[in-house]
Design a protein. Structure first.
Length: 246
């Protein structure tokens, strides 16, 4: 978990956590603010609606008000919603139509991943990263072989770089040709392992170096367009070979 405190104008401040499926915010002095955060987040049903939230505390200088030993006071939550690109749902539909199985591998919370999957039409059969270790609270799911679980899942949430790498590795072990898209340093191992690593536009240098293909424009639709083009080319080549054979 990464805790990134900083001070803003007016002696205010914000701390937040990232990279966890169950984020726990802390005040700048290290005080755990888990109870108030999750209470409000659940009251507003943020995760099931695909909304992340940022914990907002403010610094209270000495003499302004009484405090229970902490200079930081909780003032509220800031909802953050990053909607999918306008063409994402169409791109995924086109991928499914040509037989490409699409999986979401994200560091977001499970509820957010499921809602995003629903919006994109790619399914909501998603699991937390703990399921990759056979630790799912549902015993019937925990009993499934990990390889089978990965193959059938629409995605996994709360993942770390090692999870992404392992998912790609296990899919390849089951004879799947595996493509991987990513943009960050944490995607680099999986991008390198994949049969086709694809760094999206504005990806980090690490992601670009680990990839076979680097996209120069936003969006993933060009990948599906390339698949269509290759498919047409193969059909033309095959038809020529058949004609020559006769």
């Amino acid at each position: 978990m990464n805790i990134d405190p900083f001070k803003a104008v007016g002696n205010g401040g914000v701390t937040s956590s990232s990279g966890s499926s169950t984020p726990t915010p802390y005040l700048a002095n290290g005080e755990n603010a888990d109870k108030s955060y999750h209470s409000l987040s659940n009251d507003f049903s943020f995760p099931p609606r695909g909304i992340s939230s940022l914990y907002l505390p403010a610094e209270v200088p000495d003499g302004w008000k009484e405090s229970s030993g902490s200079a930081w006071q909780f003032i509220g939550l800031m909802p953050l919603f990053g909607p999918p690109r306008h063409d994402s749902a169409e791109t995924i539909t086109r991928a499914l139509n040509v037989g490409v199985n699409v999986k979401m591998i994200t560091g977001d919370q499970l509820a957010i991943a499921k809602e995003t999957g629903r919006r994109l039409g790619m399914g909501t059969n998603m699991y937390p990263s703990s399921a990759l270790l056979g630790q799912h609270k549902d015993e019937s799911i925990a009993a499934l072989p990990v390889d089978e679980l990965i193959e059938k899942a629409d995605g996994f949430a709360g993942v770390f770089p090692e999870h992404k790498y392992e998912i790609v590795k296990r899919l390849q072990a089951r004879k799947h040709i595996c493509g991987m898209t990513g943009d960050g340093v944490n995607d680099a191992p999986a991008l390198k392992k994949a049969d086709i690593g694809i760094a999206v536009a504005d990806a980090t240098d690490a992601a670009r170096s680990a990839s076979d293909i680097v996209l120069t424009e936003p969006g993933l639709s060009v990948i599906i367009s390339a698949i269509y083009a290759v498919s047409i080319t193969i059909r033309i080549v095959v038809s020529i070979l058949i004609w020559d054979d006769h």
